[in-house]
Design a protein around this ligand. Structure first.
Ligand code: FAD
Length: 259
């Protein structure tokens, strides 16, 4: 079974976020790291591969060449290879353009199962998997907290407000896993050392049969008009715990008529 896991290199959560005023895009010039939510998808793919004792786990991404540095963590965890779509013409891709380019790359991989994380920690759209599944015309199960692959079908248990939904779909299918599905493994030293030697293909839009005019700014259907910082927080009070913190918090909440 071939499992493709879509992964994104994102700015480190610890780094300050900066919007480029000229392009109105997130400044992604700093080193990126593997989107933490994608580690859950990679972990799940590796568990399926280990349980069946066969198959291949390929990481698929759209981003600049330096995105490989962050994505390599997935190889260190145990994935077999990376396909990174990197092309100047793909810069400025919104959801529509990103889903187009990724779907083209995934068509070429012809995977039985395509896995996504629940969201990317920089844009937090939590929607790309739906757009890609639609483009591939494949069934989608999202927010999956338990996943079973058996024969020619996949079953996902989703947590909802009212309990759980258990949904089955025929393969090939697209699944977006929730971050509750597993505890991603830490890459071993051997895995880290071996990661650099695993195949890491950087491909252009032309290589995957994508039309340049449908990716990047040219293929995007949305335009960012304005960006503004969040409004300043209202009155805040810092409480140091000198042993009476609980009482001080209660007094503060009573004063604000919140209790
Ligand atoms: C006008 C505009 C211009 C933009 N320009 C850029 C740009 O130049 N560069 C840029 O990086 N972003 C750009 N973006 C943001 C980009 O469109 C989104 O990052 C992308 O659509 C994915 O959405 P998301 O990050 O909210 O992912 P989500 O929907 O939150 O992600 C869900 C899952 O999808 C997968 N995923 C997300 N992104 C990728 C990816 N690139 N490759 C593989 N898997 C992925 C991950 O598994 C993730 O867990 C732009 C957005 C707009 C509106």
């Amino acid at each position: 079974m071939r499992i493709a896991v879509c992964v994104k290199s994102v700015p480190d959560a610890g780094s300050a976020r900066r919007i480029d005023g000229g392009t109105k895009r997130l400044d992604r010039s700093a080193d990126g790291v593997l989107n933490p939510y994608d580690a859950n998808a990679i972990e799940e793919a590796l568990r399926i591969q280990e349980a069946t004792g066969e198959g291949e786990v390929v990481l698929v991404s759209l981003g600049p060449e330096k995105a490989l540095d962050g994505i390599r963590k997935g190889l260190a965890m145990g994935a077999d290879r990376v396909v990174l779509v990197s092309d100047d013409a793909a810069a400025g891709s919104d959801l529509v353009a990103t889903s187009y380019a990724l779907a083209k790359a995934l068509e070429r991989e012809n995977a039985d199962l395509v896995l996504f994380g629940q969201q990317a920690s920089d844009s937090d759209g939590a929607v790309l998997w739906a757009a890609v599944a639609d483009r591939l015309r494949r069934p989608l199960i999202s927010q999956v907290a338990e996943l079973t692959v058996s024969g020619s079908s996949v079953t996902g248990k989703r947590q909802t407000e009212n309990g759980y939904d258990t949904i089955q779909a025929p393969l090939p299918a697209v699944v977006a896993v929730s971050d509750a599905i597993n505890e991603p493994r830490y890459p071993s030293l051997k895995g880290i050392m071996g990661a650099k030697k695993k195949p890491q293909d950087i491909v252009s839009l032309a290589d995957i049969g994508a039309e340049a005019g449908r990716a990047g700014e040219a293929g995007s259907k949305t335009t960012v008009l304005t960006l503004s910082p969040p409004p300043p927080r209202g009155d805040s009070k810092k409480i140091e715990d000198d042993g009476t913190a609980a009482e001080q918090i209660v007094a503060f909440l009573e004063e604000k008529k919140l209790l």
